[in-house]
Design a protein. Sequence first.
Length: 422
Amino acid sequence: MYLTRRQSLAAAGITALAGALAACGSGDSSAGSSDAVELTLAISESADSEIRKQFETIAADFAAANSGITVKLAPASTNYEADMKVKMAANDLPDIFATHGWSVKRYSEFLTPLTDESWAADVNELLDSSMRDENGDLFAFPTQLDLVGLMYNEDVLSAAGVDPASLSTWNDFSAACDKIVANGTAGIYAYAKDAGYPGNLANLAAYAFYGQNDLDGLLEGTFSDKAWKGLAGLISGWAEAGYFNKDYTSATVDDCAKALAQGDTGFALVNNTVAMNAMSYNPDAKIGYVTLPGGGEVAPYLVGGEGQTALGVAASGHVDEAKKFLEYLAQPEVAAKLVSGLGNPSGLTTVEAELGPLTESYEAVNASGAELLPYFDRSYMPNGMWSTMCTAVDSLVTGQGTVDSTTDQVRAEFENLYGQSA
């Protein structure tokens, strides 16, 4: 039904990590070269993040086992995506870099295809729709399957008499929020301090309002006012009903984790990493997730893809050495380290990940046969739409925008960006 293949979650999930090789001024090198090679690895995570620490350890272990090849992590950036766009324009990409969900649509022409690598046969097929092009070529190494559903605090829902498994539609969800808010707790925790977050509210709920004709239209440059108005009306209705936390404008992702941990919210539309962080504030918190409510042409579903840390190899860099590093990452005992504490399964079917408190939720959605759909903006919106989606949704949450004004705003930017890409 959708452009990207909708698949059952019955197979093991994955988080994608893509390795990219960048131009280092020396051109392609041979794996058999006698000269020492230093690979540059760029990821979007902050300097103090656990995933960066894992990569530093893995890079050191790799260098010890592979004489003549070292891997140096590029300094952490506060604006990774913008930095990569500049490097891409200058054809000066790092040897290996995180494609943050865009290995095919944005970076593929700069990357070395990895389809024939030994580990490629172990990539979970659930990633095919987001990580392979129309020819079936793979351009990134998937570290995990970025799997997003409807996160909740079990104690809050229980006190309000809400069964999360019963939320089949967004109307069911709104009725549940009414009960939670009546108990004095926020129905939905959202945060504006992360300027890249508000769009998630639309990104995760979009499929309930966009039918196949609407999705096909987007790919052909036709914007559906009706579909966006339905989606915007849902979010605007949440704001008018008082479902959001009162500190939305000043709240951070860390505040969201605390709220989930402390029972200050019933729901959050966030990825699994936030839930895992919540456990650091309250190890006894009962946090889980269910499928996102359905509507229109779609039954309850989940959203997922390659994630932030999929790794691609730049075609202009040290390709052979970079591939060797990805082969090292593909070892099950190494790959498992890259999903430790993230709450998501690995992108390789050979890896068994520890999902901690989210194990029961994953097993339940897995057994349900729920469909895994790709991120809406990455698959159907022109490159560059995300910031507009975020500002439009933010205005709906704060009440500064309306369904009609955001429709005009999003349509105008869609037509502008689609025209540039045509």
